[in-house]
Design a protein around this ligand. Structure first.
Ligand code: SF4
Length: 393
């Protein structure tokens, strides 16, 4: 038997593993609690496990933490870790403390193959999917490291992290096989016990996988929208050429059938002269509210763009962001403007870069696509000269 990393298992997976060792499910539950609730990696220290089981585990399993390459702390309390995931790749994880919550932003892939124009991870290319253990390992490390530093929450809870967002490096729904058990670990009362609404999966819009997530584990869903029409979204989020806006919005509606009291959070990165006009805000409204029968329960999160040179884009002026928000709010849609956190340590949205050994041509493809996107005077979205063939199935 090869040595198993127990961070790779949700509780059912761990029970199956224990069964192979001739152990009952309740032993798996105890082991799961030791690992995730208490942060213990050394089987010898798991004092209420039978000695015989500890002996078996010592030969067959490990709890393999990620290797920390660096930790940076921002003046605003944000912490960013860089973890080594082998073969020259490193991923980033960000802890964002606020008054009423403490959020961990987790990576799902080393790099990303989607290649969104405004995202620095996307510009780095793609190396590989993370394993479940590498996804869970980010939470395991952050929770237990911060707990050991005495950073308990103000509400008296022993736990430090109250919310998880799958918004770090990577498109989580492109790594679904590893993501699903990781989500189950986050939600499990014998592990981190996070409620379904406190775990958010953010996607650039993989329609088929949104449907699978709805069936398997309908946690909170955030969709990176960034444009009010297909022509512009094709340029900003290349995945849109496969699954256009209409099918994406239909998937959002279907998702809410599985999570009826929820809403979809639409993420919208504010790009100067590209997607930030009041006319485009009205176009968005028509998309999500146009027809009462197909209206989507949603909120908008406007994200000030964090510029980086390769993008050829710049951040919307604050007055444009506020005017855009006002159009949405005046139609009754809850709209927030994301506070920019951790900019001094490059931990803000779209800034995560890690180290990626690009094994694809993604980086090249993006470099070819980076042409100016100019503003048109209101109305329809401005177009860059990209001969994007729609690839819808
Ligand atoms: S925004 Fe998300 S999906 Fe798009 S390139 Fe960046 S990490 Fe990938």
């Amino acid at each position: 038997m090869t040595t198993a990393n127990l961070l790779d298992f949700d509780l059912d997976g761990l029970a199956a593993f224990c069964e192979q060792l001739g152990e009952k499910r309740f032993r798996a539950t105890q082991l799961f609690q030791w690992i995730h609730q208490r942060g213990v990696a050394d089987f010898a220290a798991m004092s209420d496990l039978a000695k015989s089981l500890r002996g078996k585990l010592a030969g067959a399993a490990t709890v393999q933490p990620l290797t920390v390459l660096s930790e940076q702390a921002s003046a605003d309390g944000t912490i960013k870790w860089l973890f080594d995931v082998g073969a020259g790749n490193a991923i980033e994880t960000v802890f964002i403390p606020e008054d009423d919550r403490a959020t961990l932003c987790i990576s799902s892939q080393a790099g990303c193959a989607v290649g969104c124009r405004f995202c620095s991870t996307g510009h780095q290319g793609f190396s590989r999917n993370l394993s479940t253990g590498e996804i869970v390992g980010q939470l395991w490390y952050a929770e237990h490291t911060l707990r050991a530093r005495g950073m308990a929450r103000a509400d008296g809870s022993e736990r430090v992290i109250s919310n998880v967002v799958m918004m770090g490096m990577g498109e989580p729904l492109q790594n679904y096989a590893a993501l699903l058990p990781a989500l189950r670990v986050m939600l499990d009362d014998h592990a981190y016990g996070l409620s379904r609404r406190r775990v958010t999966v953010s996607t650039s819009g993989m329609v088929r996988m949104i449907d699978r997530l709805a069936n398997d584990c309908p946690v909170a869903l955030a969709v990176s929208l960034h444009a009010p029409n297909d022509a512009l979204r094709d340029q900003l989020v290349p995945l849109n050429r496969k699954d256009g806006l209409e099918s994406l919005l239909q998937a959002c509606r279907r998702y809410l059938e599985f999570a009826p009291r929820d809403f979809i959070t639409f993420e919208y990165c504010m790009l100067d002269g590209v997607n930030d006009s009041p006319a485009q805000a009205r176009e968005l409204l028509a998309l999500v509210q146009g027809n009462p029968a197909t209206r989507i329960a949603c909120k908008f999160n406007l994200i000030p763009f964090n510029p980086f040179p390769e993008s050829g884009l710049s951040c919307s002026p604050r007055e444009n962001v506020l005017a855009f928000a006002e159009v949405l709010r005046s139609a009754g849609i809850v709209t927030t403007v994301r506070k920019t956190r951790g900019v001094d340590i490059a931990a803000a949205c779209g800034q995560l870069a890690g180290e990626v050994q690009d094994r694809t041509r993604v980086r090249e493809r993006i470099a070819r696509r980076v042409v100016p996107i100019h503003a048109a005077g209101g109305g329809a979205a401005p177009m860059a000269p990209v001969a994007a063939q729609r690839e819808r199935a």
